[in-house]
Design a protein around this ligand. Structure first.
Ligand code: PMP
Length: 393
């Protein structure tokens, strides 16, 4: 049996991590994997999470099974964070999942169960795992144009031209904020135009929200999602707690599904069914940590303060890199670095230029020239800027 298996193509980003580890140069800079790092290159446990963990250690008395669809208090806290305090509870179904990846997978599964003939539309480019999961599922998908390689901004006209072909019941996958891999995002006005399209066509939005709080702020980063949720009858939202709570390995995510009050019970039951068929109960620990942090006043204030430090740090690095590139290139063609939001920017280098920076400068970024801003610090920004210019980007 096992000799029938074919080798899987290695995950490019994980392979890059391996290459980085094997590079003996002590000047090497890792801008590859999508993990937040502080100026010392550490991915710390957030202060509020640490405190919540201590509380749990003291107070938790059992490790028996918990909710199949997840914890209702986690769902309520997540719904409030993502959709705002006035979220429509009677229309909302929630599922705790294995990270944001699990939320995406379960969202696709739900769509397939409800409408087997649907097509999923994904931005070109998107997080590669979206497409890999869709391919594995045998789910039909189509790309829509999104990123203008010349300006490194959203090509909104092209996006809308491609989405003109969506059919009623198709799923359109959008990044709620901090687009991965490009860093280029829709304006609130453009979210409004996208909402018009959904109203007109009957296509269904699915929003992947993996970086709330990493762009313009917790509320601001949810604005597009909230606009869509307020206007459309059916919406899927796949939220990840990995980045904004720094609990990557706890595997914590939440799929939120908005429908109407009449379909809610069956939708909620179907979500629980999907967990049961796939892995049964979802991980509990991360849900409990997030719930504590979001619902305890002091922990929440501590968490929001640290998240702001993280966000502010990335914005300063963006500005510093844009300033440095402006100076070295004697032009404003890299100003997009300061306009992009989140951990990533696609800087528009060719694969050869990316390779040159790896060989000559020990700078590791993904082959499509996505770099992780959080991999930088005050000292490495000038080195990266010089390498970008020397590579002829
Ligand atoms: N969606 C996007 C766009 C992401 O970048 C990520 C993290 N790389 C995820 C979803 C899921 O992350 P996780 O499963 O680790 O929560």
């Amino acid at each position: 049996m096992l000799n029938n298996l074919k080798p899987q193509a290695p995950d490019k980003i994980l392979a890059l991590m391996g290459e980085f580890r094997a590079d003996p140069r002590d000047t090497k800079i890792d801008l590859g994997v999508g993990v937040y790092k502080d100026a010392e290159g550490r991915t710390p446990i957030m202060r509020a999470i640490h405190a919540a963990e201590k509380q749990m250690w003291d107070q938790e008395t059992t490790k028996t099974y918990a909710g199949l669809a997840g914890q209702p208090e986690f769902h309520a806290a997540m719904a409030e964070m993502v959709l705002g305090a006035a979220y429509p509870a009677d229309r909302l179904s929630c599922l705790s999942t294995v990270g944001g990846t699990g939320a995406c997978r379960m969202g696709f599964e739900l769509a397939r169960m409800a409408n087997p003939g649907c097509t999923v539309w994904a931005s070109d480019p998107t997080w590669p795992n979206h497409l890999s999961i869709l391919n594995f599922m045998g789910q039909a998908w189509k790309p829509y144009r999104y990123f203008d390689n010349a300006t490194r901004a959203v090509d909104f006209d092209a996006m809308m031209a491609d989405l003109a072909a969506v059919k009623a019941g198709d799923i359109v996958l959008l990044h709620g904020c901090c687009h991965n891999p490009t860093g280029a995002n829709l304006t609130l006005e453009q979210w409004g135009v996208v909402a018009d399209l959904f109203e007109k066509t009957g296509a269904i939005p699915m929003i992947d929200l993996a970086y709330q709080g990493f762009g313009d702020g917790l509320e601001e980063d949810a604005a597009g999602t909230r606009l869509i949720a307020s206007r459309l009858p059916e919406v899927l939202i796949a939220a990840s707690c990995s980045k904004n709570f720094g609990i990557y390995r706890e595997r914590t995510g939440c799929l939120m599904v908005l429908g109407d009050a009449a379909t809610q019970p069956v939708t909620q039951g179907t979500l629980a069914f999907l967990n049961r068929q796939t892995y049964s109960f979802p991980p509990y620990h991360g849900q409990a940590l997030v719930t504590r942090v979001l619902t305890d006043k002091a922990l929440r204030a501590e968490w929001e303060a640290e998240l702001e430090e993280v966000r502010g740090g990335m914005l300063r690095l963006r500005q510093q890199l844009a300033d440095e590139l402006r100076k070295l290139s004697n032009s404003d063609r890299f100003d997009f670095v300061a306009t992009h939001r989140g951990m990533f920017s696609r800087i528009g280098a060719s694969p050869e230029q990316v390779e040159t920076m790896k060989q000559n400068n020990a700078i590791y970024m993904v082959g499509d020239s996505r770099l992780n801003i959080a991999g930088l610090n005050d000292k490495t920004v000038p080195l990266l800027a010089q390498a970008i210019i020397d590579a002829g980007v």
